[in-house]
Design a protein. Structure first.
Length: 330
């Protein structure tokens, strides 16, 4: 009798353990199968800007692949912090599983992001970040590295007394701050030759006009460095229209079909190109893995490459410069 009770007890314990195990497995399976809700708030949606087009496409493709619904909410101008915050507030009210955001301001979204965290919404930063480390993960270019690559290349084009001007995008945003810092580091002693830094608020036309003003203000200017697609392409347009491509070197960060043409025409001497599609794709992928309780990377450097007229048609560089063509072929 005692022996029977002993075996019955063992049997009940085994059943209990098995039941718990099955319950955990079933719960995890439900989590894995549930379609996740994501909201991504980039700095802008702009059909003329290849960086944001590729990045947003990356988020959509990853969401489709990893069983998530993603809604894109964005201002019509990259420097519209007030509108981005209004969209962030809307997203918080929708209570998604996660909000992915490319903050336009280093400080102005902190309160809203804290509110999202208090509601249990996960936060992923893509491309840029804020003063407060509220995020659960970050996927971005190492902007110090990107700026330094550009600075080292720029230094190879300059003489010891050549004047340099920087056309940056939005004052105070993390990407602008870090790229300029890296650019100065890459220039080394030539950083003392920087005569001016201006901000175009991520507008092509404003960048063009600012560059023309810089050329007039500094007749001996030898280089203009743009810190994103808007500032770089705008500066290149100005130098081209002034017929100054042989006198003023233009270098920049980011690429587009127009930027490629400007390089072919000898205006751009070099570009550091971010891996925008990868950035967006990895941002969603790592967020989904996090939400499903799986192993994920908290900080992802999506990478960048220096592109020059000499290497722009190498096979790997071509994939970077023409991401949409590559995707159509795959």
């Amino acid at each position: 009798m005692k022996k029977q009770k002993k075996w019955l007890s063992i049997f009940l314990v085994v059943c209990l353990i098995g039941g718990i195990g099955c319950g955990i497995w079933y719960h995890q399976k439900r989590i894995d199968e549930r379609r996740l809700s994501l909201v991504y708030i980039p700095k802008v949606v702009d059909k003329t800007n290849d960086f944001w087009k590729a990045l947003i496409l990356g988020t959509r493709m990853a969401a489709q692949e990893y069983n998530a619904v993603i809604e894109i909410k964005a201002p019509s101008e990259e420097n519209d912090v007030e509108r981005q915050n209004a969209l962030l507030k809307e997203a918080i009210e929708e209570n998604p599983d996660a909000i992915l955001i490319s903050p336009s301001s280093f400080t102005e979204s902190n309160k809203l992001l804290d509110e999202a965290k208090e509601k249990g919404i996960k936060i992923s930063f893509i491309d840029s970040y804020t003063e407060e480390p509220v995020q659960d993960l970050t996927v971005a270019t190492n902007n110090l590295e990107a700026g330094e690559k550009l600075g080292k290349f720029a230094a190879s084009l300059l003489g010891p007394d050549d004047q340099i001007a920087i056309v940056a995008h939005v004052k105070g945003v993390s990407t602008a701050v870090e790229r300029e810092e890296g650019f100065r580091k890459g220039l080394g002693d030539l950083a003392d030759n920087i005569v001016d830094v201006v901000y175009c608020d991520s507008q092509y036309e404003k960048s063009r006009k600012l560059t023309l003003e810089l050329m007039e203000k500094y007749p001996n200017l030898k280089m203009v460095a743009g810190m994103n697609e808007y500032s770089s392409v705008g500066a290149a347009r100005a130098v081209k229209s002034a017929g100054a491509k042989d006198r003023i070197n233009v270098v920049g960060i980011d690429s587009s079909q127009e930027a490629v043409q400007l390089m072919e025409n000898g205006v751009f001497k070099g570009l550091v190109v971010q891996k925008a599609f990868k950035m967006g794709y990895m941002g969603v992928k790592e967020t989904v893995l996090m939400l499903r309780g799986k192993s994920y990377e908290k900080n992802v450097n999506s990478g960048c490459e220096l592109v020059t007229p000499e290497n722009m048609y190498n096979s790997e560089i071509e994939k970077l410069l023409f991401p949409f063509n590559t995707l159509k072929l795959s």
